[in-house]
Design a protein around this ligand. Structure first.
Ligand code: ADP
Length: 463
């Protein structure tokens, strides 16, 4: 397994080396070409100059070239690596630098050969000669033969310049490589730092350290999103863990009271302290029923939240369902002189699980009837919108305090703890209602004002 940081540095360096090599090769090719052209041009200019100078030495009267002048021109040309030989047409003069300065001629050519062999591996150089006609007033009066190391040759200063340029290119290349590796290291660190932080955070979460938050000073969108997602997951897991613990504690708490009652009653009867009368046995039976109800409701909640095929959707008239529930509650409502009202359009069909929606409405209407004082009202309304159906259950009860509102959908939450004993309300009704509505892909919210009443709003999408 390779470390991401090292891998990134390696790849970055490799790309840099490739770039440097390519630039170097192109620069070398270009320089080589430019220098070759320059050397040839220089040589041609020198030959032109020699022709001119030799022509100037021609004496029309004698038809000869001045040998002293030729000696000077010949030695000067030799310094530039050019060997000259001058011959008059009438063959009266046959001047050759090789006869006047043979050793130097040999040295110059050898030296050029050595330099060029060292500098240019791919060029097969050799001594070349060229014959040029010398003219006077348009008439050929002599022949100049120039010899040189071809196809081109460099002198000492040109070789030195070439070496310096190559050295500069190499130094710049190395400098560029060092800077590339440095930048590569910084980039690698910039990328790997959040990844390492994310790994550390995920490992801690895996060790059940829920809720931890990772800080990151990184302005890269993807890495910031990654850390944000991990932080979000960590908080969600913490919340879930807390809920799990809370549920366990709540279930234990809710079961303890009826179980303790049962235990004490039965023990008292076994010990003979109590006679097993019908009333006492009925009291035990009530506690057993209550325990059963809690277990059933918890099981139902589990099913709604976890079974995808739990719903059995159909089209039905919501106003009929509402009327059905009103009939069931009519006696209770009459006792408290509470009016049950319905506000619905002519067509109130919805597509949902009728039994489950009935369960929700029973929970909400029974709460409304229970909490609303005498002469109050409970109203159910339905509004159909383009994309959603909104069902409202409003009452004129005492309302719910602001600080309690966020908790009423929690399992076993009751604002009035004594309701448990009096009515059997276990604080599970609204949890079940919320779970059913969410299983339909909808949502439920509550609005309440102390002293004025409470309103539950169900929004069903595409139903
Ligand atoms: P319960 O079975 O105890 O009624 P619910 O889950 O139905 O449990 O309700 C939870 C709590 O929310 C109730 O104990 C009550 O305090 C509050 N509540 C629910 N509906 C109303 C309402 N219409 N008016 C006032 N309080 C309400």
């Amino acid at each position: 397994m390779h470390v991401l940081r090292n891998k990134l540095i390696l790849w970055y360096s490799l790309v840099s080396v490739l770039c440097i090599l390519t630039i170097n090769i192109f620069l070398n090719i270009y320089l080589d070409k430019a220098f070759r052209k320059y050397a040839i041009e220089q040589r041609e200019q020198q030959i032109e100059k020699i022709i001119h100078q030799v022509n100037d030495l021609y004496d029309e009267e004698t038809g000869q070239y001045d040998p002293t002048g030729l000696n000077i021109i010949g030695n000067a040309a030799l310094q530039n690596g050019i060997i000259i030989h001058v011959q008059t047409r009438a063959r009266g003069l046959n001047w050759d630098i090789r006869t006047h300065n043979p050793l130097e001629c040999q040295n110059v050519i050898q030296h050029k050969k050595a330099i060029m062999k060292q500098e240019s591996y791919n060029i097969q150089g050799r001594y070349e000669e060229r014959r040029i006609d010398l003219t006077n007033d348009g008439i050929i009066v002599g022949i100049l033969t120039v010899g040189y190391y071809g196809p081109y040759s460099f002198n000492k200063s040109e070789v030195q310049l070439l070496k310096t340029l190559n050295c500069i290119i190499l130094i710049f290349g190395l400098l560029f490589l060092a800077v590339s590796v440095l930048i590569g290291t910084l980039i690698a660190r910039h990328i790997t730092e959040p990844v390492n932080k994310a790994i550390a955070a995920v490992n801690r979460i895996a060790e059940k350290e829920y809720g931890i938050q990772t800080n990151l000073n990184n302005n890269t969108l993807e890495t910031a999103n990654l850390i944000q997602a991990i932080n979000h997951m960590s908080l969600a897991l913490k919340k879930e863990e807390q809920q799990k613990r809370q549920i366990t504690a709540d279930v234990a708490h809710e079961l303890r009271t009826p179980l303790c009652n049962l235990q004490s009653h039965i023990e008292a009867m076994i010990d003979g302290i109590w006679e097993p009368s019908k009333t006492r046995l009925e009291s035990c039976h009530t506690e057993i029923l209550r325990l059963n109800k809690i277990v059933d409701q918890l099981r139902e909640l589990h099913l709604i939240e976890n079974d995808e095929d739990y719903l059995n959707k159909e089209e039905f008239e919501f106003s009929f369902l509402c009327q059905e529930i009103f009939n069931e509650f009519s006696l209770k409502a009459k006792e408290k002189e509470i009016s049950l009202q319905m506000k619905m359009p002519k067509d109130s069909t919805i597509f949902a699980d009728r039994n489950r929606i009935k369960q929700c409405m029973v929970n909400l209407i029974s709460n409304g009837v229970w909490y609303t004082p005498e002469h109050g009202a409970v109203e159910v309304s339905l509004i159909k919108k383009a994309e959603e159906t909104v069902i409202t259950v409003a009452d004129t009860g005492p309302g719910i305090a602001k600080e309690e509102l966020q908790n009423i959908f929690e399992r076993f939450y009751r604002t009035d703890k004594s309701r448990n004993q009096r009515t059997g309300g276990m604080g599970l009704g609204l949890s079940i209602t919320k779970a059913i509505i969410e299983a339909h892909g909808g949502s439920i919210s509550v609005r309440s004002q102390l002293g004025k009443g409470t309103e539950f709003v169900i929004t069903l999408k595409g139903c």
